[in-house]
Structure formats: C-alpha cells, structure tokens
Design a protein around this ligand. Structure first.
Ligand SMILES: Nc1ncnc2c1ncn2[C@@H]1O[C@H](COP(=O)(O)OP(=O)(O)O)[C@@H](O)[C@H]1O
Ligand SMILES: [Mg+2]
Length: 263
C-alpha cells in the first residue's frame, strides 16, 4: 500500500456547541476517485473543506502525502498550529471545485483561468495565458476562451472553474457537488470532464448525489450520515445487499438510472 494521498484521523469539527463531524477516519488513495455520499447536512462539505484547509478541524489530523496539514496533534491531544508557509505549501497541492462556480463576472474564461497564474504565481501574461488556454482545451472550451461567464451555460462555467483549478497543477482535486446547480442536461458534460481527469490518474474526492457517477467512476465510496462515516468500500460493496439501513434509505432516495442498473 502506498502512502494515502489524504489521511484523515479522528477528525472532529465543532461549530460552537454543535459537533458536525464526530471523529472521522478516512484514507483517500492515490490516483483514484473517492466518492463521498450522504444526506444533506451530514457533513460532506465540512469534511471536504477541512481537507482543503478552508475550515480548521477542532481535533484530529489531516495528512497530505504524509505531511500534516494545519495542526499537529500529540498523543495527549495537544494541538499546535503549523507555520502558515508550511500550510500554504501543502494546501497548494489541492484544487477545489464548488457547487457555485464562483467565476469573476468581469473576466473572460481565459482571464478567469489565467488570473491566479499571473497574480499569485507571477507568471508572465503570455505564459499564464498559454497555460490557461491548454486547460481550456482540456475541458473542451478553447472556442469559448474570450467569452464572459454570463455568455456561457452553467456547464461551461463549471468547466471553466475546473480548468482554473487545474491550471494551478494540483495533485489532488476535491469536488463539492459540482453538478448540483446545473440543469440535468448540462451535468453530463461536467461529469465527462471529471471522467477524463480520473482516467489520467488524478486523485479525486467527489461529493455528489450522482450515484451513477459514483458507481461507475468511483473506486472508493464512503457514506457519511450525521457526521459519522458509516461505510467505506468499493462500489460493488455499496450496492451489494444487505446494506446498512441508513445507506439503504439514502440510496432509495437518490438512486438514479445509472446506478440502479448496477444494483
Ligand atoms: N459555518 C458553519 N457554522 C455553523 N454550522 C455549520 C457551518 N457549516 C456547516 N454547518 C452545519 O454543519 C452540518 C453539516 O453541514 P455540511 O458540511 O454543509 O453538510 P453537507 O455538505 O453534507 O450538506 C449542518 O448541520 C450545517 O448546518
Ligand atoms: Mg454540502
């Protein structure tokens, strides 16, 4: 077994008095697609945001490629914040795509993808735009490079957001319900881009209600319910009966055609 891309150990997250993650242990394997499913409010986004260090865990550790992110924790539970530069360097290996595309409305697709390359990575305009264009080609949007977000469909906007994340050359990509704000006819083009990325061997963690995608592209599936991981396994194990009753209930609600063919 190689080192996990992400190792989550006993992760607890509280917001004030409320505990939303109750001691999560999860290994995300390198070069595979790990899917996270579960009802609304179960803590999927919070877990993903902790992995990206957009949220600080209350207890427990997150290790990226063997390096601890955010806080080290002693056996006695004493937590120590790691230096900001260390966290920035580890954090930069992770790209994230959200349900809301969050594109800058006043910039073209090319501008959206190249902006951070110029401002954060100090690349020349030409190099930044060349790299950005290569990413737009990858998501099939080279002909839309000069379009503004308002001139693009939701699916195209999300593909620009994926290109923007990829331009920063992440080793791990996190997707939080990337198709949930899209009309059904536009989800396919985004899932296809994600499928291509998976085929290239990108390490991906995908939160999605597209159970068909999880069943066919996912190599590890975890089921989160009320802040607890109730199940982690291969897709064939998720869809094998008998199931955990909570998982059964969840799948009854969310099963789409793609997955039901596999059940
Ligand atoms: N910033 C926050 N402050 C307080 N509570 C939050 C915050 N973010 C999420 N929560 C709560 O944490 C729980 C899990 O939310 P979330 O991770 O968004 O679940 P999911 O993504 O599975 O729908 C919910 O009860 C939600 O209300
Ligand atoms: Mg969420």
């Amino acid at each position: 077994m190689s080192l996990p891309a992400i190792a989550v150990k006993n992760l607890v997250k509280q917001f004030g008095e409320t505990t939303v993650l109750h001691g999560i242990d999860l290994d995300i394997p390198q070069g595979k697609v790990s899917c996270l499913i579960g009802p609304s409010g179960s803590g999927k986004s919070t877990l993903l945001r902790c992995m990206a260090f957009l949220e600080e865990a209350t207890r427990g550790t997150i290790t990226i490629d063997g390096e601890v992110l955010g806080f080290s924790e002693s056996a006695q539970g004493v937590r120590e914040r790691l230096p900001a530069a260390t966290n920035r360097a580890i954090r930069s290996r992770i790209g994230m795509v959200f349900q809301q595309f969050n594109l800058w409305p006043h910039m073209t697709a090319l501008g959206n993808v190249s902006e951070a390359l110029k401002t954060v990575h100090k690349m020349s305009r030409k190099d930044a735009e060349d790299l950005a264009m290569a990413q737009l080609v990858k998501v099939g949007l080279e002909s839309r490079a000069g379009h503004y977000p308002a001139q693009l469909s939701g699916g195209q906007q999300q593909r620009v957001a994926i290109a923007r994340a990829l331009a920063l050359k992440p080793k791990i990509m996190l997707f939080d319900e990337p198709t949930s704000s899209l009309d059904p006819e536009l989800t396919g083009e985004v899932l296809n881009v994600m499928r291509d990325l998976a085929a290239e061997g990108m390490t991906m963690v995908v939160v999605s209600h597209e159970i068909g995608f999880a069943a066919t592209v996912g190599q590890q599936i975890s089921f989160l319910d009320q802040g607890k991981l109730l199940f982690t396994g291969a897709p064939s194990d998720v869809f094998r009966k008998p199931r955990n009753p909570r998982l059964e209930q969840f799948l009854d609600t969310y099963l789409d055609r793609g997955a039901s063919m596999l059940v």
